[in-house]
Design a protein around this ligand. Structure first.
Ligand SMILES: [Zn+2]
Length: 133
């Protein structure tokens, strides 16, 4: 098998609901996303995929939807206040953990036609989550 990995970084804020601990308070992360694509057959250019295509699709979406935004559960009481202040948010149906964000980026990449096989999101240099096909 061949595989390529593209790294993308972005900043986000979040907090966890129904959770006891410091992550229940609003805070932010400088995230690193790793997009993996695997194949056993290279294309006519001898590539798994053009890195530029991954960047265009995934970084484009992340920059528009997640970068420098609060990622919140849809029923978080913060949503109302943020909305009234006109602050940008990305709302999820469930707790915005790094696991959920990895799954989100995986699903969006697939929906946009990118044959991703694994998405890893590093929340800190020592903590990350992975979602695999
Ligand atoms: Zn956090």
């Amino acid at each position: 098998m061949y595989s390529v990995t593209k790294r993308i970084d972005f900043c986000y804020g979040h907090r966890l609901m129904d959770y006891q601990g410091i992550c229940s308070h609003p805070h932010g992360h400088n995230a690193i996303v790793e997009i993996d694509i695997r194949t056993d057959v290279l294309d006519s250019r001898n590539m798994v995929i053009d890195f530029g295509d991954i960047k265009r699709v995934v970084k484009g979406w992340i920059d528009r939807e997640l970068d420098h935004k609060m990622i919140l559960r849809h029923d978080d009481p913060l949503v109302k206040a943020m909305r009234e202040l006109g602050e940008p948010m990305y709302l999820l149906d469930s707790n915005p953990t790094v696991e959920r964000i990895a799954r989100l980026i995986f699903d969006v990449s697939r929906e946009q036609g990118l044959p991703v096989t694994r998405v890893t999101v590093w929340e800190t240099p020592t903590s990350w989550a992975t979602y695999t096909a």
